[in-house]
Design a protein around this ligand. Structure first.
Ligand code: NAD
Length: 242
C-alpha cells in the first residue's frame, strides 16, 4: 500500500507513532522516526530497522532540519505524520501558564511546524499529511483545557491547510483517537475511577490498541484515501457518537 514511499513519523518512539512506523514498514515505506526521547528512539529504530532523528517538535528549526535531512538522503518526501504529543488533564483554574504554553507548543505548534517544513516537498511529490488530533479536538473533555484547545487547533488547522493545498495535489487529514492503551495513558488506565469513566463514555467499553489507530493513519496516507482531504476521522469506539 505504501511501497517506496518516504515517510516521517514524529513521536515514532512510542505508542501510536511506533505502531504506525511498524505498519508503514510492513507496507513497503522507508521510514524516519523523530522523537525527543533519544534512548527510546534509537532502540525502536534498531528494533524496526528504520532511521531515527532526535527532534524536539516544539522547535521549528529542529523540525525543518529533520525534513531537510530526510529529503537530502532520500531525494524526496511523500508522507508527513505529525503525531508527537503530550497529555494534560488540568482544568483552566488549576493550570499555571507554563503548563498551558508547553501543551500548546508540543501538541499544536508542532503540527504547524511539521506541515510548514514538509509542504514545499510534498507539493513536489503529490504527497500527504496525517496529523494525530484527538476526540478532545471534536468534543469537550473534563479538565483538559490546554489539551482540548491544542487538539481543536489541530482539527481546524488540518481543514484549513487541506483547503489551501488541495489544488496542488497535497492531501491533509487527521485521525482523532479515543483513549488508546499507550505509555501516555498507562497510569490513568490503571486507576479504577478512570477506567469506569472511559467505559461510561465508550460504547465499545474498552480503550483502543495503538494498531487500531495506526491502521487508519496508514489508510489516510495511502492511495486508497485518494479522495479524502480535510477529514478529521474519529477512531474512538463510538465516543463521539454517544
Ligand atoms: P506516547 O507517550 O506513547 O508517545 C508520544 C511520543 O511523543 C513519545 O515517544 C514522546 O517522547 C514523543 N514526544 C513528546 N514530546 C515531544 C517533543 N517535544 N518532540 C518530539 N517528540 C515528543 O503517546 P501516544 O498515546 O502514542 O500519543 C501519540 C499522539 O496521539 C499524541 O499526539 C496524543 O496526543 C495522541 N492521542 C493519544 C491518545 C491516547 O489515549 N493515548 C488519545 C488521543 C490522541
Amino acid at each position: 500500500m505504501l511501497y517506496d514511499k518516504i515517510a516521517i513519523i514524529t513521536g515514532g518512539a512510542s505508542g501510536i507513532g511506533k505502531a504506525t512506523a511498524a505498519e508503514f514498514l510492513t507496507e513497503g515505506a522507508e521510514v524516519v522516526i523523530a522523537d525527543l526521547d533519544e534512548d527510546q528512539g534509537e532502540t525502536v529504530a534498531e528494533e524496526l530497522d528504520c532511521k531515527f532523528v532526535r527532534t524536539d517538535v516544539a522547535e521549528y528549526e529542529q523540525v525543518e532540519e529533520l525534513v531537510e535531512s530526510t529529503v537530502e538522503k532520500h531525494g524526496r518526501l511523500d508522507i508527513m505524520v505529525n503525531n508527537a504529543g503530550i497529555g494534560s488533564e488540568t482544568s483552566i483554574q488549576e493550570m499555571d501558564l507554563e503548563e498551558w504554553h508547553q501543551v500548546i507548543q508540543v501538541d499544536l505548534d508542532s503540527v504547524m511546524h511539521g506541515m510548514k517544513a514538509a509542504l514545499p516537498h510534498l507539493d513536489e511529490s503529490d504527497g500527504c499529511i496525517v496529523n494525530t488530533a484527538s476526540i478532545y479536538g471534536l468534543v469537550g473533555g473534563k479538565g483538559a483545557a490546554s489539551y482540548s484547545a491544542a487538539k481543536g487547533g489541530v482539527v481546524n488547522l488540518t481543514q484549513q491547510v487541506a483547503i489551501d493545498y488541495a489544488d496542488e495535489g497535497v492531501r491533509v487529514n487527521s485521525v482523532c483517537p479515543g483513549f488508546v492503551d499507550t505509555p501516555m495513558t498507562e497510569d490513568l488506565l490503571e486507576t479504577e475511577r478512570f477506567y469506569t469513566f472511559l467505559e461510561t463514555h465508550t460504547p465499545m467499553d474498552r480503550p483502543a490498541q495503538p494498531e487500531e489507530i495506526s491502521s487508519m493513519i496508514t489508510f489516510l496516507a495511502s492511495e486508497k484515501a485518494s479522495y479524502m482531504t480535510g477529514a478529521n476521522v474519529p477512531v474512538d469506539g463510538g465516543w463521539t457518537a454517544h
